[in-house]
Design a protein around this ligand. Structure first.
Ligand code: ADP
Ligand code: MG
Length: 561
């Protein structure tokens, strides 16, 4: 899998000026317009250099940024060329524009920085005995070179940013806001490159650190502290039908986390966060009717796409792209999200995680006295939910070999019926017709919109000659139709019908009936939440129970261990 993701293999090739015809092909534009953009350009260079540890130091009041990395470094020849206009080691010809696997390729950042700030680079290439310190003049020419002793890697310092254009500084927001932008940029980069350590300093004090993680799912709780790893589900799809393509997705499970803004619907392509309204919309649609009203999912999508399918040249910050075959990608994304939303053997997770249980777990893990094999707990468990009892005429108690669940009967049934209605919105004739009184023109057209056959039947009377099949046998069908007439789209109507038809809480159920409901519910596409976004089940998995009951206190056989 790793092979698909941004290779970022550093190029041993030397830095060269791009031929003029390539320069013309590249979107010209200002890449440096803020402290955050300086950080972005320098950190991206570090990643392109294969760094696994990046230290960013910012002194906002001094308009100074320093980025130190343990990447491949530059030799003296490279250093002399690095800040010249249109100089890059990453592409050499126009054909290379279709083979971009690095984050940079325009050879503009360092050069722009020399015209807007003071630039100094320390660098030592791996394998060389010493490094070099180079100071650049306003235009990228080298004005000072000295041999220096540094560890392999590169340290780039940009100072006095925009000193020669005070209007630029004045146009920028207050420091706090700029620093927020810096933090945002680093978080975005970290999501795309989770294997790297990022240490960020502000005014000589450590500000925050992002520790490397094997997967984005493991990294994300560092960026969103209210989200735990157990609240997330990751999906990786290899796409053999497309060369060099793969899809990686991490979502917040809708019964565990959501946001009041769509600020965590994020899309990255080949190692870079992009703005893609089409793909963002696809993500939002895939979560349709799984979240509470006006709530938005947590979702980070990373696509690895063959570089010849992408044109990064749409804008200089490379956040907008032209992507070929967008509908193919939309389909893959929808499938991947559907997969992540299902409850399967591989993604049963503890939903109850009280602070006490978490603390116990932590303490136990520190002592090393538990050997909770999460693979055993999560993946190998035979996943069959068996109804064992009903509690309060409301909850179905279900067991499977790895734990106990409580399933709320009404909303589980509502989810089942809602999906049936979405798949098959069947209207059946009624004879005699249902008669409704005093409908407004709006109500009449609403009923027509969702497919009902309605006609005047006399003074202030209307006859309804068909209705959703599910309502057919109900005594309250007139009331139900009245409810549908109050507006909303077809899906709102489907939710209303499902809710009305679903078994009420408070209704006693027999085991076979409960079992049927559990079976039907498990087969739904989005079993975690009802169409209003409420969680449907509470799980108590065996590891949590074992922790709670201190099953590690091996006291004696008589205690039933
Ligand atoms: P680009 O990244 O588009 O190539 P830049 O102006 O950002 O252009 O950088 C110019 C060149 O300087 C890069 O192509 C790379 O060879 C070299 N370079 C810049 N930063 C680093 C770094 N941190 N480590 C190694 N090489 C670097
Ligand atoms: Mg660059």
């Amino acid at each position: 899998m790793v092979g698909y993701w941004p290779t970022l293999e550093f190029m041993a090739s030397t830095i060269q000026a791009l031929p003029t015809e390539v320069v013309y092909l590249i979107t010209a534009g200002e890449v440096i317009d803020s402290l955050a953009s300086v950080v972005r350009e320098l950190v991206e260079n570090s990643l392109d250099a294969g760094a696994t540890r990046i230290v960013v130091s910012i002194w906002p009041q001094l308009w100074r940024v320093r980025v130190a990395d343990n990447g491949c470094g530059m030799n003296l020849d490279d250093l002399q060329q690095a800040a010249a206009a249109h100089s890059t080691s990453k592409i050499h010809s126009s054909a290379d524009l279709w083979k971009i696997t690095s984050l940079g390729f325009r050879g503009e950042a360092l050069h722009s920085l020399t015209t807007l700030a003071d630039l100094e680079i320390f660098s030592r290439q791996g394998g060389e005995k010493a490094g070099w310190q180079v100071v650049y003049g306003n235009g990228g020419e080298v004005v000072q070179v000295e041999a220096t002793a540094i560890a392999p890697g590169t340290v780039i310092t940009v100072a006095n940013l925009f000193a020669n254009c005070p209007a630029r500084r004045q146009g920028l927001p207050p420091t706090a806001q700029q620093m927020k932008a810096v933090q945002g940029i680093i978080q975005q980069i970290a999501l795309c490159h989770p294997h790297v350590t990022y240490q960020i300093w502000q005014n000589d004090r450590e500000w925050f650190t992002i520790c490397p993680a094997a997967t984005v799912g493991q990294l994300l709780p560092q960026l969103l502290p209210q989200v735990r790893q157990a609240d997330l589900q990751e999906v990786k799809l290899e796409l053999p039908q497309r060369q060099n393509s793969a899809l990686m997705l991490v979502i917040g499970l809708p019964d565990r986390c959501h946001r009041h803004r769509p600020d965590w619907v994020r899309v990255a392509i080949n190692g870079r966060m992009v703005k893609s309204p089409e793909l963002e919309q696809t993500i939002l649609s895939a979560f349709h009717r799984t979240l509470p009203r006006d709530r938005y999912p947590v979702c980070f999508l990373h696509l690895a796409i063959s570089p010849d399918q992408i044109n990064w040249n749409r804008n200089p910050a490379k956040t907008e792209i032209y992507l070929n075959e967008i509908s193919y990608w939309q389909e893959q994304i929808t499938q991947a999200i559907n997969q992540a939303l299902r409850i399967s053997e591989s993604n049963i997770k503890e939903s109850v995680h009280t602070t006490r249980v978490s603390k116990l777990l932590k303490a136990a893990e520190e002592k090393g006295s538990y050997n909770l094999n999460s693979k055993n707990a999560n993946c190998d468990t035979q996943y069959y939910l068996k109804a064992v009892a009903q509690v309060s005429n409301t909850y179905i108690v279900a067991e499977h070999s790895g734990g106990i669940w409580l399933v709320e009967q009404h909303i589980a049934h509502e989810r089942v019926l809602y999906e049936q209605l979405c798949d098959n919105w069947q209207l059946v004739p009624v004879e005699p017709p249902i008669i409704l009184y005093q409908l407004s023109p709006g109500q009449v057209s609403q009923l027509q919109r969702i497919g009902l056959d309605i006609e005047p039947f006399g003074e202030q009377l209307w006859a309804i000659r068909n209705l959703p099949g599910m309502l057919q046998q109900r005594e309250d069908s007139a009331e139900a139709i009245l409810e549908l007439s109050w507006g909303g789209d077809l899906q709102t109507a489907q939710v209303a019908v499902a809710c009305r038809s679903a078994i009420r809480n408070g209704t006693p159920m027999q085991l076979p009936e409960m079992q049927k409901l559990l079976d039907d519910w498990q087969r739904t596409r989005n079993p975690r939440t009802c169409p209003h976004g409420r969680p449907i089940y509470l799980s108590l998995e065996e590891p949590a129970l074992a922790r709670f009951f201190r099953r590690n206190w091996v006291i004696g056989k008589s205690h039933g261990i």
